[in-house]
Design a protein around this ligand. Structure first.
Ligand SMILES: [Zn+2]
Length: 314
């Protein structure tokens, strides 16, 4: 797949993206977040709307407030509640008094948006489009820019620099396929994603992402037809990742594919516990930098999932 790259953007400043839209790139670069999370600032009649406050980082909050300057931040809108998008929300909301909007059913148990959004709802010219898959509470937003046309704030559902991780149970491959197909039928001319530069000709990328997943699914199916695999074995067989995070991400994607195939009655889990979700589970862009920075409970979940074994129902 062809992905876009960009130089490390200047930190602490708002970068012009399109007329009335600026971007402040958070200082959280990594193999999972590229140059950092994009926080978008939209000009409006009564002040600014912020899309995705970014990670819990005081410096980033200060960067966003400096970019706003004397113009009040009226609203904060979330594409989803993974911590690299949500983390700065409490601080930014407290400092600005802005109204907070997000999908009506938050994936985080410790958060409910003040103004819940459903598919089709509108706020400040943004029209919500429910696009679960990468995250269970993921919204994209249609927006009109004079001189450009219809664009989409696509969050982490579709990004210019990389494909998305789909990590169960918050991530769901069946939903992800469906949300990609949803975008194929639409006509936005540009996407502004949660990480990376703007994406021109977005439908070409959406089609490529979908084809890429179908190819991956076909290789998984081919492999399970020959023998049984655990998630970890199959991920190692199909991907050749050395970096801990990329290796874990590959395992999460393979698990998501296998659960989709199980949902379709094509494979079945041979052994392993049911996919229960702990009460205090906070869904997130798994995984962090190394095993040491993950909670003991969460590393247990990763290990348990890696050992799930799937068989072909031929
Ligand atoms: Zn993200």
């Amino acid at each position: 797949m062809a992905f876009l790259t960009e130089e490390e953007p200047p930190r602490g400043v708002a970068l012009a993206v399109l007329p009335g839209i600026r971007r402040v790139v958070a200082r959280n670069p990594s193999v999972m977040t590229y140059q950092g999370t994009n926080t978008y600032l939209l000009d409006g009649d009564d002040g600014l709307t912020v899309i995705d406050p970014g990670p819990a980082d005081e410096v980033h909050v200060a960067d966003v407030l400096r970019a706003a300057g004397d113009v009040p931040v009226r609203r904060i809108v979330l594409t989803h509640t993974h911590s690299d998008h949500y983390g700065a929300l409490p601080a930014l909301a407290a400092k600005t008094g802005a109204a907070v909007y997000g999908y009506k059913k938050s994936a985080r148990r410790d958060f409910a948006p003040q103004f819940p959004l459903d598919d089709g709802d509108e706020v400040a010219g943004l029209k919500a489009l429910f696009t679960p898959g990468h995250a269970a509470d993921h919204l994209s937003f249609e927006y009109f820019v004079a001189g450009t046309g219809k664009i989409l704030f696509s969050g982490d559902h579709v990004m210019s620099w990389s494909s998305s991780i789909v990590s169960p149970p918050d991530g769901d491959m069946v939903a992800y396929y469906r949300s990609l197909e949803l975008l194929l039928a639409r006509d936005e001319v540009l996407y502004l994603g949660g990480h990376g530069p703007l994406l021109p000709e977005p439908r070409i990328s959406v089609k490529e992402l979908l084809d890429h997943r179908k190819m991956r699914e076909a290789s998984i199916l081919e492999a399970v037809k020959v023998q049984d695999w655990t998630v970890a074995e199959l991920a190692a067989h199909l991907y050749h990742k050395v970096d801990f995070r990329l290796k874990m991400a590959a395992q999460r994607n393979v698990l998501a594919h296998l659960l989709k195939l199980e949902h379709e009655g094509i494979v079945k889990q041979a052994d392993g516990a049911a996919m229960e979700v702990p009460d205090d589970y906070v869904p997130d862009d798994l995984p962090p930098a190394d095993e040491k920075s993950i909670g003991k409970r969460d590393i247990e979940i990763l290990r348990r999932d890696a050992e799930r074994r799937f068989v072909f129902l031929g």
